[in-house]
Design a protein around this ligand. Structure first.
Ligand code: CTP
Ligand code: K
Ligand code: MG
Length: 180
């Protein structure tokens, strides 16, 4: 029961988990805010680039399509009815995750935090809020059937744990400048 909830929650969120990590690898180039400032601080900062956002979104969508290709054997192996990603849902999860992260940077700059500064809570859940909001907006029937209340509860508890673990690993591997 709990195992199948965790499996469903993880599977359904993979297209939202992948983009931020892909952006770390792909980042660089022109910042989205073009260097502009607002009220004495950068609008978003150099950590939010067009390339990172585009590549992150694309990789998230491709991963969702890859999961679709193996949904039957994966469901059979786990004994869980895992969801197939409708294309609009896949795009919403991936782009929503990136947009949530961009929104968080906007809030970080408004609160005087420099690029790379941590904002506990926001750092771990910004992309979850963005991905889920976009999925429920763009593909409401799909999102409602996949993200039931128990699945949402698992997502909210599991994501920060996974996020902290991946970022510490990425920092350890020298891929990220900070362990958050
Ligand atoms: N990145 C990017 N575009 C994005 C998100 C991330 O290019 N939309 C890349 C940047 O190289 C960024 C790195 O991934 O520095 C790590 O992402 P993140 O931790 O979100 O950015 P920070 O540099 O910490 O900046 P901020 O304080 O604004 O979060
Ligand atoms: K971030
Ligand atoms: Mg950071």
């Amino acid at each position: 029961m709990v195992g199948s909830l965790v499996a469903t929650a993880f599977w359904a969120m993979v297209p939202a988990y992948v983009p931020n990590n892909a952006a770390v690898l792909a980042g660089g180039g022109r910042p989205i805010d073009g260097g502009r400032e607002w009220r004495g601080a950068r609008l978003l900062g150099d950590g939010k680039t067009w390339r990172g956002t585009a590549v992150g979104t694309a990789v998230g969508v491709l991963v969702a399509l890859g999961l679709n290709a193996v949904v039957d054997p994966a469901s059979a192996a786990l004994g869980v009815d895992l969801p197939t990603f409708e294309l609009p849902a896949a795009v919403a999860l991936a782009f929503g995750a990136m947009a949530g992260d961009v929104g968080a940077s906007f809030l970080k700059r408004r609160s005087g935090r420099e690029r790379g500064a941590s904002f506990p809570g926001l750092d771990q859940l910004d992309f979850v809020v963005g991905a889920l909001a976009a999925a429920f907006l763009v593909a409401p029937a799909w999102a409602t059937s996949v993200f039931t209340l128990p699945v949402l509860a698992v997502v909210v508890v599991m994501t920060p744990v996974l996020h902290v673990a991946t970022n510490v690993a990425a920092y350890g591997l020298g891929l990220k400048n900070e362990p958050w």
